[in-house]
Write a protein that binds this ligand. Structure first.
Ligand code: PMP
Length: 466
């Protein structure tokens, strides 16, 4: 039996581009091209590589969307999917259950920090964040505090594309043309050390962020705030690594004010920072809930979830409303195929990939950092196997490049020609390769990125815009 995915450069691929232009709506489209757009057609994946429909092999720099953690074309995962589908492809979660979901919940709880003990499984990251938020609402309703529902979120955050999760998003372009539950959300600053005022020490910057948090809680009133939601490292906001101690201090303020701390580990969990969960093992915090998705199945199956602390569940059990129902469920909750894939993926991560990720991460960061030699680059930053190259018009003032120079997309276009897929974010390029990447492959990736940025600098000079 041939389990390989085929379809690259087959007759009919040109049709796919045409069909997409006529019938498919791509994610994050612009009004002027919605429903009329085709993107680079990918036919095959293998390890850290994908191959486009012209036959060109590319390093998958963003690992899909931060998710192909153990790499493409892992036969173990394909086989487990096949075996599980042949055994049981679905069961009705309303009144039945399957064994892989219970086993997965236990394995996840074993890795989770603090007293996080129970898992609700979803279909991805947005539904995980949505579940955590709705659980917070339910928790406070049942406990007789219906006014304690506001949610603290930060600039630069990305938490999803469902209504409530998207209401937390802090990147202006995500919200410019979209509505949200603004009355439920209070926004705080992004902990972005690169953008701190000139001359300010890191310690003073951190103190300022903590003061802002404390002042906001005092101003709004702890009795009205249900939760703080934060990514340990803001991913889509441009790999914003918070200053030392910041997350711990916020965790303490939340504890003191009975505000639930929801750590959104949709990107950082399952090895991206070298551990199954980063909250405890990297940042030393024990949140009330952790959301995860992506790397839990290395992107082979849509799955996510929320881990909830034992303490919260006990408080619910002891409440005055034991008959109150958490009116929340998804058809594909605890999907047996997704859970079987996640179990096998976790075996592979525990067996070798987590250790490998921890081992190569310093090399990855050091090599990326060499790109700071290039005058277009304002900063290279990152943690684990997350990295970001931020371009600026002027290094002294750190002026971000004008949007119309579209510098990330220009770099991506050059890199694509050279054999690397980049994730452009306006003036930034984000790199988060599959965790199995070797040192030699890191060298290739950085060499291509260097050349892509150099060619972009040449273009900008020729056009007289830089
Ligand atoms: N939270 C974070 C931190 C994310 O990065 C993302 C997706 N990029 C989400 C939530 C939403 O996940 P999904 O796209 O699987 O719904």
């Amino acid at each position: 039996r041939d389990l390989r995915v085929t379809g690259m450069a087959e007759p009919g691929d040109e049709d796919a581009v045409d069909l997409a232009r006529r019938h498919l709506i791509q994610p994050w489209p612009f009004a002027g091209s919605v429903g009329h757009e085709a993107r680079a057609l990918i036919g095959e994946g293998d390890g850290i590589y994908i191959t486009d429909s012209s036959g060109q092999r590319l390093i998958d720099g963003p690992a899909g969307m931060w998710c192909i953690n153990i790499g493409h074309r892992r036969e173990e995962l394909a086989k487990v999917m096949y075996d599980q589908a042949m055994a049981l492809s679905y069961n009705t979660p309303w009144y039945t259950m399957n064994a892989p979901s219970a086993q997965l919940a236990r394995r996840i709880a074993d890795h989770a920090p603090g007293d996080l003990s129970h898992v609700f499984l979803t279909t991805g990251g947005s539904s995980a964040v949505e579940t955590a938020l709705r659980f917070m609402q339910f928790y406070n309703n049942v406990r007789g505090r219906p006014e304690k529902k506001l949610i603290l979120s930060r600039g630069g955050a990305y938490h999803g594309s469902t209504y409530l999760s998207a209401s937390l998003n802090g990147r202006p372009r995500d919200r410019d043309w979209m509505d949200g539950a603004d009355e439920l959300v209070v926004k705080l600053s992004s902990p972005d050390p690169f953008r701190r005022p000139k001359g300010m020490s890191l310690a003073a910057f951190t103190d300022g962020l903590i003061d802002e948090f404390r002042d906001t809680v005092a101003r709004v009133g702890a009795e009205r705030i249900g939760a703080f939601v934060g990514e340990p490292v803001q991913a889509s906001g441009g790999v914003i690594v918070p200053p030392d101690g910041y997350l711990k201090r916020i965790r303490e303020i939340c504890r003191d004010n009975d505000i639930l701390y929801i750590s959104d580990e949709v990107v950082t969990a399952f090895g991206r920072l070298g551990h199954v969960f980063a909250s405890g093992d990297v940042f030393g915090i024990d949140p009330d809930m952790i959301t995860f998705a992506k790397g839990v199945t290395s992107g082979y199956f849509p799955l996510g979830g929320v881990i909830i602390s034992q303490r919260l569940l006990e408080q619910l059990r002891r409440s005055n409303h034991p008959d109150a129902m958490f009116g929340h469920g998804l058809t594909y909750t605890s999907h047996p195929i997704g859970c079987a894939v996640a179990l096998k993926n976790l075996d592979i991560l525990e067996d070798s990939v987590l250790a490998h990720a921890r081992e190569v991460a310093p090399y990855f960061q050091a090599q990326l950092k060499t790109l700071e030699e290039l005058p277009l680059v304002g900063e290279v930053r990152g943690l684990g196997l997350m990295g970001c190259v931020e371009c600026v018009a002027d290094r002294e003032s750190k002026d971000p490049l004008q949007l119309d120079k579209n510098v990330g997309k220009r770099i991506d276009a050059h890199c694509h020609e050279l054999g690397l897929l980049v994730r452009p974010l306006i003036n930034m390029c984000v790199m988060s390769p599959p965790l199995i990447i070797s040192r030699e492959q890191i060298d290739d990736m950085v060499a291509i990125l260097r050349e892509g940025i150099s060619r972009t600098m040449d273009d900008l000079r020729k056009e007289g815009v830089w």
